[in-house]
Design a protein around this ligand. Sequence first.
Ligand code: G
Ligand code: G
Ligand code: MN
Ligand code: NA
Length: 259
Amino acid sequence: LALETALRNTVESGEGLEVHYQPLVDRDSGEVQGAEALLRWHHPEFGQVSPGTFIPLAERSGLILPLGEWVMQRVAAQLMAWRQAGLSPPRVAVNLSARQFWQRGLVERVAELFEAYQLPPGQIGFELTESVLLDHQQEAVELLHGLRELGCRIAIDDFGTGYSSLSYLQDLPLTTLKIDRRFIQRLTGEESQRRGSAAIVAAVTGLAQELGLRVVAEGVETEAQLAALSRYPVTLIQGYLTGRPVDAETFAGRYLQAG
Ligand code: G
Ligand code: G
Ligand code: MN
Ligand code: NA
């Protein structure tokens, strides 16, 4: 409860919140093709609180709505600032919880942000988990179409960990599958798990290729994992090997060039 009160105060003031950015790197060219926005919270008393702790708390308490609004606005403002400084930031993906996705007026709000911060279509995209979309599939299709009309990329996060019927992949207007890091890590893990994980990665990447979806391999930490992925049609690499999440200034210094 103390933590919830602290989070409530933080959301009101914005103090102690920061968005970090992790690069998504094109597997073949090595170019930074995107970034994921990841929220960080530092509290004077509780210290650095992990998103694994405060995001679920925010979801339960409803604070995820103002918190999510803060993230989107922060990202939009950052992208505008980079563009005004003559930099060419890549598309940035924002994670959306169920309640954020289903909140009234999401598509209109995103359109407003693009307009207010003078962003090109699709400069901000979204990551959702399978369960969010499967609950009310027809409504999800309509919402996603609205976002796609704004040019937004839509990724399924943690793919392979939910209880997905695969049929939804055909029905939803998605652009990207993100293979959960547990499969990537098992590729080079215990002997007993390698074959199974390789089969899953082969199936997911093959499926994505046939459906015209981009594939992100998440949680790539080692050269061995990168090498193990080389036989599969993976588009993008995201992980500590190619770049940890870093603050905006560090991200710009490392990855953004003028022009
Ligand atoms: O940054 P880290 O890998 O610790 O994130 C842990 C979890 O928190 C991930 O599932 C990530 O999707 C989620 N997360 C991080 N930032 C945000 C955010 O801005 N909004 C939502 N809804 N989830 C986030
Ligand atoms: O659920 P989601 O994919 O949004 O979670 C992203 C989380 O994964 C972030 O908290 C980020 O810090 C973390 N992450 C990013 N790259 C790596 C990695 O290479 N290894 C591990 N263990 N975690 C990672
Ligand atoms: Mn994510
Ligand atoms: Na993920």
